[in-house]
Design a protein around this ligand. Structure first.
Ligand SMILES: O=P(O)(O)OC[C@H]1O[C@H](OP(=O)(O)OP(=O)(O)O)[C@H](O)[C@@H]1O
Ligand code: HPA
Ligand SMILES: [Mg+2]
Length: 174
């Protein structure tokens, strides 16, 4: 049977929340030394990072990584592969990893291990959604848009089997 999408968060609410997070990020880095680089994890973060970066009132650069985890249906596991790496050297830079959803934490654990080894000045994580009840590894997240219960969300860049990324609001599938 085909899944159905139920409404969860409006476009207007997301925009407002992103404005708040962007201000917190700008305030945090304003007096810090070192270049600021936002690293979007594709594909899920493509809309979030586009909206977020335009609200961060500080000079910064944007880069992307593509990682793939082997999934069976709704579940990810610990095998995460880098498909596209960063284009730049991040040594001595301040890195903000921008994610759409942190679920088990396995994707971020792998990315953090790889990026830490390149000796950036700092690495912080910003995610629009976090599902604490699904966590399998401990990940420290500096900025969280929404902490949510265990629902499979879609829209605003986030997919179910590559569908629904284009929805301007957040829904969940059942
Ligand atoms: O915390 P985890 O359990 O690792 O899950 C979170 C990751 O899973 C999703 O990406 P996915 O690998 O589905 O690819 P996508 O971003 O291209 O949709 C999401 O965008 C996160 O990157
Ligand atoms: O809730 C979710 N939706 C889509 N992809 C995901 N990957 C981890 N959690 C989710
Ligand atoms: Mg992703």
């Amino acid at each position: 049977m085909k899944e159905t999408v139920h409404f969860m968060i409006s476009e207007k609410d997301i925009k407002k929340r992103i404005q708040e997070i962007a201000k917190k990020i700008a305030d945090y880095y304003r007096s810090k030394k070192g270049k600021l680089v936002l690293v979007g994890i594709l594909k899920g973060s493509f809309i979030f990072i586009s909206d977020l970066c335009r609200k961060i009132d500080l000079p910064h650069e944007i880069d992307f990584m593509i990682v793939s985890s082997y999934r069976n249906g709704f579940q990810s596991n610990e095998n995460v592969r880098i498909i596209k790496d960063l284009d730049q050297n991040i040594r001595k830079k301040n890195i903000v990893i921008v994610e759409d959803v942190v679920d088990s934490g396995n994707t971020l654990k792998k990315i953090l291990r790889v990026l830490q080894s390149r000796k950036p000045k700092s690495i912080k994580i910003c995610t629009l959604f976090s599902k604490p009840s699904k966590r399998e590894v401990k990940i420290s997240i500096k900025w969280i848009g929404y902490s949510i219960q265990d629902r499979f969300i879609v829209g605003y860049g986030i997919d179910y089997s590559q569908k629904y990324r284009h929805l301007p609001y957040i829904g969940y599938v059942l």
